[in-house]
Ligand binder design. Sequence first.
Ligand code: PHE
Length: 344
Amino acid sequence: MEYEIESVKQLARQLEDDIPTLKLEDLQSKYMGKNGLLKQLLTDITNQSDEQKRTYGREANLLKHYFTERVSQLSSHITIDSSTEKIDPTAPFDINTPKANWPKVKGIEGTMHPLMQEMEHVLKIFQNMGFEIVESKQLDDDYHMFESLNIPKGHPARDIWDTFWTDDDLIPPAHTSTMQNRVMKERKPPIRVIVPGRCYRNEATDASHEHTFYQIEGVYVDKNISLGDMLGTIKTYLEAFFEMDLEIKVQPAYFPFVEPGCEFMISCPFCKKTGCSVCGYDGWMEIMGCGMIHPNVLKEAGIDPEEYTGFAWGFGLDRLVMIKHSIADIRRLHSGDLNFLKQF
Ligand code: PHE
């Protein structure tokens, strides 16, 4: 289906007219679902000429937000009556579901976990920057965890990310880079995707290390993309997240799937480089690994590295939340301690 900007606006108006008569399920399937109008609208960006893409993309994203907000506002009165409907807490959850449509149990208010509050915040920032969201998997295979990332069998880098394997040769992913190959294979450049997901490491836990945490991967591929684009994109995001200007610097780091690979650092948001206990009196904080996607990784995903370049990053959400809220021990985030959680 093809949409012009005008017809997209027309859709918004139609939504206004339809809402009073639609049921929650209709709202979700007609507008927000897999085959919903919103999805078609965003897919249709790829059919636009390069020149149109810029304006169309911006309009389409604004409308996406409009739809999401509107549908969530208008459906906020719909709650699931716990006496008639059972909630399955193990059911897979679609991260794009508007908050107002999350299952509710009557009489229990509760609040969102600080990690999920910040996850929403982060996703919103990237959506506003034109990124699409794709969730990672909780179990993945050798190809996506290693081979597709330029880490062949016998490569020493396997040790860093090797955890344990199930009987079916699956592994709980140690990073969200497992999705790089998939998101690049399934799309044509320009590609702008972020991947939130749970990661699992073989870590002895302490105040700043956890075996389970959330990572957010970014993948950006297009013609003429340089390291400068990467630095600008990550800086823009971090300044929006911390709501302040930051100084940045990078230092070389090795990851087999990027070349060059970097460690991205920001000036300490608390002491502004004068030195404090949060940054260990260093003035700088290491925030994430990133780099230009290795030509082998692009090739493996069917993208010609002579024609396209791109960058990727991966950061731990838990760590950013710790810094932002001055949380001294990362283990508190998963402790389920209500006295701690009630502060957010
Ligand atoms: N996956 C890396 C890690 O978890 C981070 C990273 C992602 C580095 C993308 C470079 C590019 O340590």
